[in-house]
Design a protein around this ligand. Structure first.
Ligand code: MG
Length: 381
């Protein structure tokens, strides 16, 4: 079922602490509002009406930059006014379904939306609910505790899914002085039926400062893994040693190149740059620049690592294959792994160095030069 969404982000909730309302606070480097919008966009929302408080329009445009189908709408005093404003912003070409979501629930995933839309097939509204697991108590004026029954009690989450026409009709028909406390009220007023759908603890709402601590831990789980690969080759020339993977190996030839021609480090540098979409080693260290003549290639790798970290990323592992008939790699493999582990600041078991000859075929087989390829995994927000 095609759907659009309204994200309510006009609240001024400050129980979460901090000097800005919670939807603007950063979670793993991204505003909470962006987490919610990205989750709904990833689930396939055709349009997103993001309802913000007056004066927050520019901040919203910045926080949501690059997300498709976003319309920023000014909200009202009550949540219901904001939902109305969001529905109105979608009225020119409404999708069959509309999801209403609180910006402060950042971990909405496509699977949550799929469950709701499935429940909506035979209803006019579908609301995610969870059972109450904790024992409930009430305090009296004297401070004494008494136990309440949990029977029949449910916790309600968002996003909630509705048929656009029914929800919109219900809001138009709502004439009470008191605004509806949730969106099911207007649907029922319009004669619609609202059903329960399974909720998910991941749809937690950020309300208190300790919620942010838990959300930061969960946001870490939500990081994505990217892969980058690199390839490099250098020609043999006169000399008495080659550099490979940051280790100097005595040999009766050298590798020719502008820097120290360490093909292993160059391939690995390209793999890191590839994982974060940052071009290649030549973009960052042009061979035409005399300052890189004879340069030690570990600085190229360090630079790429700094770019990965600048993007909020973390290298998970690296795997390098050296392709050559000579020099013999095996006696130096452990020294290479140790050097790469040191440069990438990773434990040794995250680093692999392998070598293979090419059965006397090709340029490596003719001993004209050698090649290296590398692959890395990088985790980023
Ligand atoms: Mg190179």
């Amino acid at each position: 079922m095609r759907f659009s969404a309204v994200i309510a982000a006009a609240g001024s909730g400050r129980r979460a602490g901090g000097d800005r309302p919670k939807q603007w606070r950063l979670l793993a480097g991204k505003p909470v509002l962006r987490w919610s919008a990205e989750g709904l966009a990833a689930a396939g929302a055709e349009r997103l009406a993001v309802v913000v408080a007056e004066g927050d329009e520019d901040a919203a445009a910045e926080a949501l930059h690059g997300i498709r189908g976003v319309r920023i709408v000014r909200g009202g005093a009550e949540r219901a006014d904001s939902v109305r404003a969001g529905l109105a912003a979608l009225a020119d070409a409404p999708s069959e379904a509309v999801l209403i979501h609180d910006a402060a629930r950042p971990f909405v995933q496509p699977r949550h939306v799929a469950v709701l839309l499935e429940a909506l097939r035979d209803a006019d509204g579908a609301v995610p609910v969870l059972a109450v697991a904790d024992t409930l108590k009430r305090t009296s004026e004297s401070g004494a505790l008494s136990t309440l029954s949990r029977e029949g009690l449910l916790r309600v989450q968002t996003p909630q899914a509705f048929r656009y026409a029914t929800l919109s009709t219900g809001y138009d028909a709502w004439t009470d002085a008191e605004p509806p406390t949730d969106d099911a009220g207007p649907v029922e007023l319009a004669g619609g039926r609202v059903v329960a759908a399974p909720g998910d603890p991941m749809l937690m709402k950020l309300t208190y400062p300790e919620d942010f601590a838990m959300a930061e831990a969960l946001a870490g789980q939500a990081r994505v893994t990217r892969v980058g690969q690199g390839f490099d080759a250098h020609r043999f020339g006169p000399g008495d040693a080659v550099w490979l993977c940051g280790v100097k190996i005595a040999h009766d030839k050298a590798l020719i190149g502008h820097s120290d021609a360490d093909a292993g480090l160059h391939a690995l540098t390209d793999a890191l740059l590839g994982a974060i979409g940052q071009g290649d080693i030549g973009d960052h260290f042009p061979p035409s620049d005399p300052k890189w003549r004879g340069a030690a290639s570990d600085q190229f790798l360090r630079h790429a690592l700094a770019l990965v970290r600048g993007a909020g990323g973390q290298v998970i592992n690296a795997d390098v294959t050296l392709i050559c008939e000579e020099p013999r790699i095996k006696p130096h493999r452990e020294a290479m792994r140790a050097r790469l582990a040191e440069l990438l600041e990773l434990p040794l078991d995250r680093i692999s160095v392998k070598a293979t000859p090419t059965e006397a075929m090709g340029f490596t087989g003719r001993r004209e030069g050698l090649a290296a390829q590398a692959i890395v995994a990088v985790e980023t927000p």
